[in-house]
Write a protein of this length. Structure first.
Ligand code: G1P
Length: 288
């Protein structure tokens, strides 16, 4: 089955980035010159996605504006003969079809995903979390998951190995290894205590899910942190249906916290053809 739809939750308050996120959605904070959510949308589009639902909330209107056409700016750039900049701008709004829905209360990721039920039209869909940006020169991570879904006919969780001291920040899987980079998922736990995790394989913000998840989410009670956890619903799904976990290729940046966000800035700058040489020279000469 072709997978055409993606869901991007973007309703979080971004409290880890206050005061920057007091009036600017955290998804609009840039890495170099691009808002982080645009990296996520581009990954989806490069993976073959045509329709994207962004789950937003109050104070997130600038996300919609960003993916809309900007007549005034485009006219100005056209008048000034800035064809390259104009093309960049036009691509943003024409990449795919965007849909928006607002999560009314902060009740957790599982609750946010529930808002995608009608949008999914009972088709499997990709889910991309904005706190993880994946740099990849080969197939985008979401594409790798879609291909796994198609080959094995089961939901797929994108995973990576994390150090034992980091397991309490992620949803952790337990499963049987059935290929070099593939696991058959048996169980899941959201943010286990250090030392109590079944493995060090963490879900890193990419999923391709069967629409069966929606019925389960309706019945999922608040879990870790008093929130409705997607992980708890996936645990039920794994008992009822096939769920796989895929160690995808690519470098993941956890931009949901200051250190990861800064690492992403530095490494993206070191890859940017326009500034990398000057930036490298600057870093080498730094005396902090
Ligand atoms: C969420 C999920 C968690 C996953 C993580 C990836 O947690 O609940 O299972 O491992 O994203 O970043 P959050 O970081 O939103 O607390």
């Amino acid at each position: 089955m072709r997978i055409r739809k993606a869901v991007i939750p973007a309703a979080g308050l971004g409290t880890r980035f206050l005061p920057a996120t007091k009036s600017v959605p955290k998804e609009m904070l840039p890495i170099l010159d691009k808002p982080t959510i645009q990296y996520i949308v581009e990954e989806a589009v490069e993976s073959g996605i045509e329709e994207i639902l962004i789950i937003t909330g109050r104070n997130k209107r600038s996300i919609e504006d960003h993916f809309d056409k900007s007549y005034e700016l485009e006219t100005e750039l056209d008048k000034k003969g800035k064809a390259h900049d104009l093309e960049i701008l036009q691509n943003i709004s024409s990449m795919c079809n965007f849909y928006y829905i607002r999560q009314k209360e902060q009740r957790g990721l599982g609750d946010a995903v529930r808002y995608a039920r009608v949008f999914s039209e009972n088709e499997p869909f990709a889910l991309l979390l904005g706190d993880n940006i994946i740099y990849n020169q080969g197939l985008p991570a979401t594409r790798q998951l879609i291909e796994t879904y198609q080959e094995y006919n089961g939901s797929v969780l994108g995973i990576g190995e994390v150090s034992p001291e980091m397991v309490n920040r992620y949803g952790i899987i337990k499963g049987e290894k059935i290929g070099d980079t593939l696991f058959e998922v048996e169980d899941l736990v959201e943010k286990p205590d250090i030392g109590k995790a079944p493995t060090n394989y963490a879900m890193l913000g990419r999923y391709v899910l069967s629409p069966k998840i929606f019925k389960i989410l309706e019945e999922t009670k608040p879990g870790y942190g008093g929130e409705i956890q997607l992980t708890d619903a996936l645990k039920v799904l794994a008992k009822e249906d096939r769920v796989l976990a895929k160690l995808y290729e690519g470098k993941t940046y956890d931009i949901g916290e200051k250190l990861g966000f800064t690492m992403a800035q530095v490494e993206f700058a070191l890859r940017d053809p326009q500034i990398k040489d000057a930036f490298k020279t600057y870093l080498k000469g730094m005396d902090i």
